[in-house]
Design a protein around this ligand. Structure first.
Ligand SMILES: [Zn+2]
Length: 68
């Protein structure tokens, strides 16, 4: 019996902060099998707290991971 989760539409992208140049990871989780337009959103750098504009699926749940 298969689980109910299946493949989700999560993805990971790396962005370089415009201020501190550190690469942080943004994971976005969207509804499975949904056509979601991408939009520009502001993500706060986890290192220096500078807002960065990134393009991600609209309404996606964002998880920002600081660099190691
Ligand atoms: Zn930064």
């Amino acid at each position: 019996m298969e689980g109910g989760l299946g493949k989700d539409s999560s993805m990971e992208r790396f962005y370089d902060c415009t201020n501190c140049m550190k690469a942080f990871k943004v994971s976005s989780v969207t509804e499975p099998s949904a056509e979601i337009p991408e939009t520009k959103v502001s993500v706060t750098c986890p290192v220096c707290n500078t807002p960065n504009t990134v393009t991600l699926p609209q309404g996606a749940k964002l998880i920002v991971t600081p660099p190691n």
